[in-house]
Write a protein that binds this ligand. Structure first.
Ligand SMILES: [Fe+2]
Ligand SMILES: [Fe+2]
Length: 344
């Protein structure tokens, strides 16, 4: 049986991740990319709302003298970074990625992810209001704090390339530009730029401090893990359908892009931790950022660059939320347990 004939006989076989104009994008079934549907179901199994998380203890600690000035700086910087980074991801998804994806099951996931990004932005508004923080200060840090502005500028450049009304993925260069955007957001923003913040914020939760904020970060981390997994499947899927664009020169270019992002993230960690706090210092973050960058590189088929050790082994345990005592018992609404989720 020749391949073309076989394709024509397999329901949904003509579907393509991009440039799939021969199949109506409104027709979900039959599914071709089962992984996209699986990620959609995993996202739904993880449903949560920020306002379900009690903040009374956090408010008490924030108003007391429990936290040092350095600890407050770490918390403020991370709230400032995430408060707008979530919007950047959501806007890029809706304005740049969604239009180019020609597959119904992937679009179904993107709609779910876009809602989750809105929930994450909501979480930062809820935290700012609960703790009585200066909203202008937190939501303005992406302008005012250079280490945050540089990470966001790096991402926004990748968005602007796709906002050109003439942009299309019909040429190999167009596909490369689109892959750069996907790698910039899924692998770098959600897979590298978010992770120093996760470690810093969850380190407080681990010490039984700011547990309401920490619980929301755990939920966000769990969502982001699925976003990253979907993004990697999408990137690898587009590579497999368009092998010509994954050239040695382009691979080198992506490695350079990730190297640049690693330096931005190390500078961000230094800015958050000028003197270090309990168990955390800028040097440890250099190793951590390099370690996770290597894991991300490998998952998109590129060689590791740094071979650094993982300085925060407790993070893997923190990520396994099913081990969290009373994690679901405190919830107002019963959602499906996410115990079956896979972590990378
Ligand atoms: Fe998010
Ligand atoms: Fe995300």
């Amino acid at each position: 049986m020749n391949l073309e004939f076989e394709e024509a006989q397999t329901p949904g076989a003509q579907k393509r991740l991009i440039n799939g104009s021969s199949v109506d994008v409104n027709q979900l079934m039959p599914l071709k990319y089962k992984w996209a549907w699986e990620h959609y179901l995993n996202g739904c199994a993880n449903h949560w709302m920020p306002t379900e998380v009690p903040m009374a203890r956090d408010i008490e600690i924030w108003r007391s003298s429990t936290l040092s000035a350095n600890e407050r700086l770490v918390i403020m910087r991370n709230l400032g970074f995430f408060a707008t980074a979530e919007s950047l991801v959501g806007n890029n998804l809706v304005l740049s990625i969604f239009k180019q994806i020609t597959n119904a099951e992937c679009r179904q996931y993107l709609l779910r992810q876009a809602f989750e990004e809105a929930v994450h932005t909501h979480a930062f508004l809820y935290i700012v209001e609960s703790l009585g923080l200066n909203e202008r200060e937190v939501f303005g840090m992406y302008h005012d704090i250079p280490a945050i502005a540089r990470k966001d500028d790096f991402e926004m450049k990748l968005t602007s390339a796709l906002l050109d009304p003439n942009f299309s993925t019909e040429t190999p260069e167009g596909i490369q530009t689109f892959l750069k955007n996907l790698i910039g957001y899924y692998v770098i923003m959600e897979g590298i730029f978010f992770y120093s913040g996760f470690v810093m914020m969850l380190s407080f939760h681990r010490r039984n401090l700011m547990t309401g904020v920490g619980e929301q970060f755990q939920y966000i981390l769990r969502d982001e893990t699925i976003h990253l997994n979907f993004g990697i499947d999408l990137i690898n899927g587009i590579k497999a359908e368009n092998p010509d664009v994954w050239t040695p020169t382009f691979k080198q270019h992506i490695s350079e892009l990730i190297k640049e992002a690693v330096e931005l993230e190390i500078a961000y960690a230094q800015d958050c931790l000028p003197q270090g706090i309990l168990g955390l210092n800028a040097e440890a973050f250099r190793h951590y950022v390099q370690h996770i960058a290597d894991r991300r590189l490998e998952r998109i088929g590129l060689p590791a660059l740094y071979h650094a050790s993982h300085p925060f082994p407790w993070m893997s345990e923190t990520m396994d939320l099913s081990k969290e005592k009373n994690f679901f018992e405190t919830r107002v609404t019963e959602y499906k347990s996410a115990a079956t989720l896979q972590w990378d």
